[in-house]
Design a protein around this ligand. Sequence first.
Ligand code: ZN
Length: 230
Amino acid sequence: TDEFLVSVLKLSTFLELEDGIEHAVRQFERKGDDFGPALQFELARRYRVDKWIAPSFHRLMELSLAKMDFAIVSQLGDVGYFALVKTKAELEAHRKQFTYDTPEIQYHPNCRTRISCNIAWSYEWDKSVPKIIHHPDEDTYVSIANFLDNYHQTDVTDLCSNCRVRTIDWMLANGAARDERQIIDAAVAGLMAIQQGQEVESAARFWCVLHQISLKVSNPFGLLPFLVAT
Ligand SMILES: [Zn+2]
């Protein structure tokens, strides 16, 4: 069960048992989609499983904020929740801008129907694209990268396939999809920086602190700054 594996991970981390940590990590990863993203993120943060930060955050980004409950929020902690809300807001602003600005059509040199291609492209961008990108059903969420990729195979009425593919490729090359990934990558990089500055509770650390206290107890005056500091 999750509870058992969490105990194994917790104890192995505390005792610095690499085998135990690896075992728990492997068992959780074997669960696939049954390993909840919020739990994966929580454990990554608490027990410094650094390699779980990126995949768990990507999975959390697919969850609807409206459907989140307080249990998930408390698992994410202040840092995780803030990163998630901020990144989702940035992504939403980027997606709005993406559909708001109609990209200029890139005519194929062999195109013989430029006028109709131009009208069809503008019409498609104004009428169809926003409905797909801003669909109210969040289960149909599609990233800009996947959306553009799908357009390689999607016929558009009165738009020749040469102009369609050329325009999509031009948009992909100009970073329309890259920006969306960059927003998420920047959030993951920020989380990793916080992660690497965070200490994990371990037995060695516990004994070290205890040892420092005992040293200070043997010298009563030495204990004073410690008591003041705590
Ligand atoms: Zn054309």
